[in-house]
Design a protein around this ligand. Structure first.
Ligand code: SAH
Ligand code: SF4
Length: 365
């Protein structure tokens, strides 16, 4: 391949970046009949083809135009890890050589995927492997959609002619801060939720944010039924700032104002994620602070707490996982105060389970 070929290839954008309306305008601009969009989307999201040439009900000319303008494969598999519990973790190389990771988990309610939204993260949480490497760039919506398609392919590998399994749940909790890549993440959600797209129900999609207050308010206005999770990790400013640098700029008062706005506007539940770090934020006094914070507002009965056992990250030795008794006691104290709290079931603990760990390991190598 010569340099000109390469330049042309790099310029092609993923066809999965385009909403149905955007593809229709492109189609019209090329002089193709608008109804072709429906056919193209069917090939992309229902038949899930790997090349434009497989789109057999399109003319050769239309397929050539698609080939010339768009790419279908922005992700190349670099490494795969299989856990005993069925979890699959994949490291992908993007077209520009950057690395991302995606995790597929098997739940009793169906296969669920955890997608990455940025190459690295700038929020700077002191416990997180993803944050060890600064943000290089945002992912396009197409690159996020393709994570689902690639993992669905892995899910069906070796199943022969059996009815293909579908990924039913999506959590936006991989590398990156989704609300720092707001527009692309929203576009991604609209595409996977669209009934002619991947048709994944909004209630089966969860976005997790570290707490970008203004974006939480904007999100409240979107009219989406998508679930919102907020990474809290501490109920007092001093401790939260120690754990998450972001809290300096957006302290708990501002965050709670945005959460209250979201609750008021949507009447939907919000999940607070709380990583339990031994002797840092797992003491009984921290549970009481958390209960007090949650119970002091009008609609805060809509707040649920997800307690997350910490996955140690080898580069970050200041934190240890809380012992199971402390985790159980923390949950009991919250419940005794009337707060809904669950302890998150873990997946893939025998592989590099912490978000961003596989990528940071590979980059060090
Ligand atoms: N940036 C967003 C979404 C990605 S992180 C956010 O922070 O919410 C998704 C979740 O994984 C967050 O709740 C985060 O706190 C958690 N997480 C990150 N590193 C972890 C680790 N080593 N062990 C357990 N959970 C971790
Ligand atoms: Fe970024 Fe989330 Fe990791 Fe914090 S926990 S550094 S916000 S990915």
């Amino acid at each position: 391949m010569n340099a000109t070929h390469l330049a042309i290839q790099v310029e092609k954008q993923s066809i999965y970046n385009l909403s149905e309306e955007e593809l229709t305008s492109w189609v019209i601009k090329q002089g193709i009949q608008p109804f072709r969009t429906k056919q193209i989307w069917k090939w992309l999201y229902q038949k899930k083809v790997n090349s434009f040439d497989e789109m057999s009900d399109l003319s050769v000319g239309t397929r050539a135009l698609l080939n010339e303008h768009f790419s279908l494969a922005s992700l190349q598999e670099d490494k795969v890890q299989y856990s005993k519990d069925g979890t699959i973790k994949c490291l992908f190389t993007l077209n520009d050589g950057n690395l991302i990771e995606t995790v597929l988990m098997k739940h009793n309610y169906g296969p669920s995927i955890c997608v990455t939204t940025q190459v690295g993260c700038n929020i700077g949480c002191t416990f997180c492997a993803s944050g060890l490497l600064k943000k290089v760039r945002n992912l396009s919506s197409g690159e996020i959609v393709e994570q689902i398609l690639c993992m669905e392919y892995k899910l069906n590998e070796g199943r022969g002619t059996a009815k293909p399994k579908k990924i039913s749940h999506v959590v936006v909790m991989g590398i990156g801060e989704p609300f720092d890549n707001y527009d692309n993440v929203l576009r991604f959600i609209r595409i996977i939720n669209h009934k002619a797209g991947l048709a994944i129900g909004a209630r089966h999609i969860t976005i997790s944010t570290s707490g970008l207050a203004t974006k939480i308010k904007t999100f409240a206005e979107e009219g989406l039924q998508v679930n919102l999770a907020v990474s809290l990790h501490a109920a007092k400013n001093g401790l939260r700032t120690q754990i998450m640098k972001l809290n300096k700029a957006i302290p708990i008062e501002l965050l709670m104002e945005a959460v209250d706005y979201y609750l008021e506007k949507t009447n939907r539940k919000v999940t607070f994620e709380y990583i339990l770090l031994k002797d840092v934020n797992d003491q009984p006094s921290c549970a009481l602070d958390l209960a007090e914070l949650i119970l002091s507002g009008n609609r805060r009965h809509l707040i649920y707490v997800n307690l997350i056992p910490y996955n140690p990250v080898s580069e970050l030795d200041q934190y240890q996982r809380s012992d199971p008794e402390s985790i159980a006691a923390f949950a009991r104290m919250l419940r005794a105060k009337g707060v809904n709290a669950v302890i998150r079931r873990e997946h893939g603990t025998d592989i590099d389970a912490a978000c961003g760990q596989l990528r940071s390991k590979q980059l060090r190598q």
